[in-house]
Design a protein around this ligand. Structure first.
Ligand code: UDP
Length: 448
């Protein structure tokens, strides 16, 4: 698949929201009026205020990964003009949505691999069909105006429902799927048919729709609750004490699901290299092997076992601590001198913004989202992926220079202030407004 960056082909609304605070996002240009006109409460175009817009969110997983955390931040900040319901497999995502007052329906679990395989592929297709039936029931039981699919896979589940009920499908693209003829055809079909596509970074947009077939594509960076990401809530000394870390030792932190592409192995190897100059340096590895089904791309549990073995092999012993999955990431980041995102490729990188908001300088790989968030040398450092030597050199540069750490941390905090939830919500509401007024329904183009 071509991965060229796209400059916004004609007919495509490709609006990159700048990372720095700027003017409010302009309303999406009006599409032709829709036959069954729905006016949003508070919509300036509406003279007679009518009912809110009903949005049915669809997720393919019941677990809470980065994409689901972004969805929850959106749900929390939705204005009164929108009412939300969720269709997702049973699990913590449903619980968290309900805590936010969002009613949740249970649909079948369908997180199997999309790679062609004689056994896994038919099973995955069967599970997705069962999930689609659940979404159809949910959308029939409640007058949904828009289906919002929270992933490419959720888009595949929601697409037949959108077609059957003639509802606009908003597809939220959060991943770069491994390229294959099958995923390329599926993505192209979704891009050509969805009423609107939201991509979380320009990198994801270019990977998902390299030929610009989407009629409306908007790049909207993920939302964050910036009140939770406030370094003044806790001193670094207190943050270290609660984790049992020595006050003076250099501490590196890597937060993310345990999987090869997140680069935990590279971080351990980098620490081994820089321990000669910084014998007290230590690394916190935070997260769990989240996706562990047989058909997932990597054997993430075996990878975690391998990481433990590697720590012993390179003689790091207690210098690397595995903290598992945690819900206090801002506090953990506060304890760190440097945050690492050494991913092979990162669609967005929520953890990058979180560390920056906590004033912690980040060393990230320049492959995907982080390069759209960080300006190298100004509010973080970017390195080549899969190069522990370069990662070690960048970390060492920061550990050796407290002034540089402070300067990057201060600038990082400024950059992160542009990622508040309100800005994101305004963009999403603009997309909803455009699709409910549009004539476009799913299925306008042959699917594959
Ligand atoms: N996260 C968390 N606890 C953990 C590990 C991760 O709360 O133990 C959160 C992290 O703070 C971030 C999200 O999970 O908000 C991960 O999102 P990111 O975009 O970095 O990666 P993804 O998992 O979506 O690839």
């Amino acid at each position: 698949m071509s991965r060229r960056a796209r400059a916004g082909p004609p007919g495509v609304v490709l609006r990159a929201v700048p990372a720095m605070p700027g003017p409010p996002i302009p309303p999406t240009p009006d599409a032709p009026a829709r036959r069954r006109t729905l006016r949003l409460v508070g919509d300036p175009a509406s003279s007679a205020a009518q009912r809110p817009l009903n949005v049915l969110y669809v997720d393919h997983t019941g677990l809470v990964g980065g994409g689901e955390r972004s969805l929850l931040a959106l749900l929390e900040a939705l204005p009164a003009q929108a009412r939300a319901r969720l269709a997702a497999p049973a699990g913590p995502l449903q619980d968290r949505a309900r805590e936010r007052g969002v009613c949740a329906w249970t649909i079948a679990e369908s997180s199997g691999s999309l790679r062609l395989h004689p056994v896994h592929t038919p099973l995955a297709l069967g599970a997705m069909a069962a999930a689609a039936t659940g979404v159809l029931r949910a959308a029939r039981g409640w007058p949904a105006d828009v289906l919002h699919a929270n992933s490419i896979r959720a888009g595949l589940i929601a697409a037949p429902v959108a077609r059957a009920l003639r509802l606009p499908l908003v597809l939220h693209v959060r991943d770069c799927l491994p390229p294959s003829p099958l995923t390329e055809r599926l993505q192209r079909g979704l891009a050509a048919n969805a009423a609107a596509v939201i991509a979380i970074s320009r990198h994801v947009a270019a990977t998902f729709d390299p030929d610009g077939v989407a009629s409306r594509l908007t790049v909207l960076p993920n939302p964050f609750d910036l009140t939770r990401l406030d370094p003044s809530r806790l001193t670094r000394a207190a943050a270290r004490e609660r984790l049992g870390l020595p006050a003076g030792a250099p501490v590196l932190g890597l937060v993310g699901q345990i999987t090869p592409w997140k680069g935990q192995e590279e971080a351990i190897r980098a620490l081994a290299q820089l321990r000669a100059g910084h014998p007290q340096a230590r690394l916190l590895i935070v997260g769990e092997a989240k996706f562990v089904a047989k058909a997932t791309r990597f054997d993430n549990r075996a990878y975690l076992d391998g990481l433990h073995r590697l720590v012993e092999e390179v003689g790091l012993g207690d210098a690397v601590r595995f903290l598992g999955e945690r819900e206090d990431i801002p506090e953990v980041m506060r304890a760190c001198d440097v945050a690492l995102t050494p991913s092979w490729e990162e669609p967005f990188g929520r953890v990058v913004v979180e560390a920056m908001a906590m004033g912690v300088p980040v060393v990230a790989t320049a492959a995907g989202g982080p390069a759209e968030i960080i300006t190298d040398g100004r509010d973080g450092l970017l390195v080549t992926p899969r190069r522990p030597d370069l990662l070690a050199a960048a970390i060492e540069r920061l550990l050796d220079d407290a002034d540089l750490r402070d300067a990057l941390g201060t600038a990082a905090r400024r950059t992160a202030s542009g990622y508040g939830a309100q800005r994101h919500v305004a963009g999403v509401m603009g997309v909803y407004r455009s699709v409910v007024r549009s004539e476009r329904k799913f299925g306008a183009t042959p699917f594959v």
